[in-house]
Design a protein around this ligand. Structure first.
Ligand code: ZN
Length: 592
């Protein structure tokens, strides 16, 4: 684990105001001395994510999922970086230089090397496109209607139909085969004792995927005809997680539009950009996840969903609605009419038509109501009854009471039934859903907040004992001068919960070397989970000052617990002996 000196960390903390940094990712509202917002690390609708900027050790803590830590660990999580990279990220923001001695930088170096390699590959693909070898690619882009400016802006390219063009080019630039495999530009094939390497992208048009910081992180490759597989995209690499892959966000994040238009494929997104919709993006992951939705919510207030008009696209739309609403995103759905995808609409009718489709985009409730109605005949009683039930399910999810009232009125009119009857049906469903949600939430929350780790539970530790261990950590955090007392009681031995023990050891080491105990100093020495634990326990006991007597009580609890366990163990073996003897005696009697 790398160690930065305290003076450096102190300055980093002073220059990277936790409130300011977190505000860049989470919308925070002031609540007294603290700030609250919706947690970026789990799904929630009421804010339990809290920032404590004025604490002696400024930190965040989520009462929902138990995530907690200092500004460095926040950046680690949200930007998906390792510890050193997070420190570098903050240094760059604050205009500080990171001390390099003693830092394990291998992962960061590897990533930088892949970025460089990807950039070189992107240049190769683009140059190839504009050379005679790229003719097929160029005519494909022309067929799609992409102009020269678009091709340059997106750095579009072409991978020649060859097994080794890129490989040899990168080799000549100093990148080994193994490095190229790691960037997923090269495939390795092992046959018997012969290993060969060949280009991953062959005979395809190539779209580079560029992240919001301008790094080429991955590539998308599409065939020119109808052969399979239609798309080959970069798999996970040290710089890319395909479930979080977004095309076009580097441009869309600067758009003046307040929304993002999410389409199915990168070619559609490019067509939209060329037509003036510079807020179009495409996801590369197969299924939209909550993580992806949360990532997008960092750049926009509203997502306009525009999947293909076919059945697959409509199914994907319904799934996406569920994902987006689970993270509290504002969403509207563009219903394509007159064409199967955005590209076709633009070609057939031009940008104006698409603009009017955006304006007429249904919000998620309207879309769900329309879907519920699909295939039902509202002229029959059966059809109306079915529609009412499905629609009530939709309305039960509407939290805004004015909106709910409007849709209920509309529905009453459409169905020709009493509005009160619909409202009653909706309310019953809402109650059922709320009960289910509460139950699910309770089950989710028990794990991190109950405080008993799996390891502790497996060791047969009581909740009382685990709480005592956590309390000791909190007391020690607030009163480092309690350490000698703990050492005298041999307290290190009493930590039965391995996570508590590791936190204790890290704190002990800091105190013994004269270091302070703030979370920033400790975040380099603890895993994410251990830091969560420490921040969590300090949180719970924040209001209490804690006394030496209380510390001794906790130690006593642990000692008693230990004795109990030991005597239980002796009892168990004694019982075993008795039972054995009893068996033996019975044997004797039967013999006599
Ligand atoms: Zn959370």
């Amino acid at each position: 684990m790398p160690r930065f000196n305290d003076a450096f960390l102190e300055e980093l903390r002073a220059r990277c105001d936790i409130e300011q940094i977190i505000s860049g990712y989470v919308q925070l509202r002031r609540r007294g001395k603290n700030l609250v917002g919706l947690c970026p690390f789990h799904n929630e609708k009421t804010p339990s994510f809290t920032v404590y900027p004025e604490d002696q050790s400024p930190h965040f803590f989520c009462f929902g999922c138990g995530a907690g830590g200092d500004v460095i660990s926040f950046i680690r999580r949200i930007e998906n970086l390792d510890y050193v990279e997070a420190v570098r990220f903050l240094c760059e923001r604050a205009g500080m230089t990171m001390p390099l001695d003693g830092v394990d930088d291998s992962m960061a170096l590897k990533r930088r090397r892949i970025y460089e390699m990807n950039k070189e590959a992107a240049r190769f693909f683009h140059d190839t496109l504009l050379s005679p070898a790229g003719e097929a690619g160029l005519s494909y882009y022309k067929m799609r209607g992409f102009n020269k400016r678009t091709i340059t802006k997106f750095g579009l390219g072409y991978a020649p139909n060859s097994w080794n063009s890129l490989r040899d080019h990168l080799r000549q630039k100093g990148y080994s085969y193994e490095e190229q495999v790691e960037a997923n530009l090269l495939q390795r094939s092992v046959k018997g004792d012969r290993t060969s390497y060949y280009d991953n992208f062959r005979g395809r048009v190539i779209v580079p995927i560029i992240d919001v910081r301008g790094n080429v992180v991955a590539f998308g490759g599409r065939v020119l005809d109808d052969s399979k597989p239609k798309y080959v995209n970069t798999a996970d690499t040290p710089v890319y997680k395909k479930s979080l892959g977004v095309f076009g966000l580097n441009f869309a994040k600067n758009s003046k539009a307040q929304s993002l238009i999410l389409v199915e494929g990168y070619m559609d997104a490019i067509s939209l950009h060329q037509a003036g919709f510079d807020n179009a993006i495409a996801c590369l992951g197969t299924a939209l996840t909550g993580d992806m939705a949360r990532l997008l919510m960092r750049y926009t207030d509203e997502v306009l969903l525009c999947y293909d008009a076919d059945e697959a696209g409509q199914k994907a739309t319904q799934k996406a609605i569920a994902v987006f609403s689970s993270v509290g995103a504002k969403l509207r759905v563009i219903r394509l009419s007159g064409g199967k995808d955005p590209d076709e609409i633009l070609r057939k009718y031009g940008p104006e038509r698409f603009r009017s489709l955006i304006e007429g985009a249904a919000n998620d409730i309207e879309f769900k109501l329309l879907r519920a109605r699909d295939g039902l005949d509202l002229h029959t009683d059966d059809g109306r009854m079915n529609y009412l039930n499905l629609a009530a399910e939709v309305l039960a999810d509407v939290n805004n009471s004015i909106a709910a009232d409007i849709y209920t009125s509309r529905l009453a009119e459409t169905l020709g039934v009493d509005k009160q009857a619909i409202a009653a049906r909706t309310e019953a469903i809402r109650k059922r859903k709320r009960a289910q949600a509460k139950k699910a939430e309770f089950q989710n929350l028990r794990q991190p907040l109950g405080g008993v780790s799996r390891a502790a539970a497996a060791a047969g530790m009581s909740l009382r004992a685990v709480k005592a261990q956590q309390r000791i950590l909190a007391l020690l955090y607030r009163n480092p001068d309690f350490l000698p007392e703990l050492q005298k009681q041999n307290a290190g031995e009493l930590f039965g919960d391995p996570a508590c023990r590791r936190v204790f050891e890290a704190m002990r080491a800091r105190i013994e070397t004269g270091g302070n105990l703030d979370f920033t100093a400790l975040s380099g020495e603890l895993s994410q989970e251990e830091l969560n634990l420490l921040v969590g326990v300090c949180q719970k006991d924040e209001a209490l000052p804690g006394s030496r007597q209380e510390l001794l009580d906790c130690v006593k609890t642990l000692q008693t617990e230990r004795e109990k366990q030991q005597s239980k163990a002796t009892q168990a073996s004694a019982l075993e002996g008795d039972a054995f003897r009893a068996l033996f005696q019975r044997d004797e009697t039967s013999h006599s």
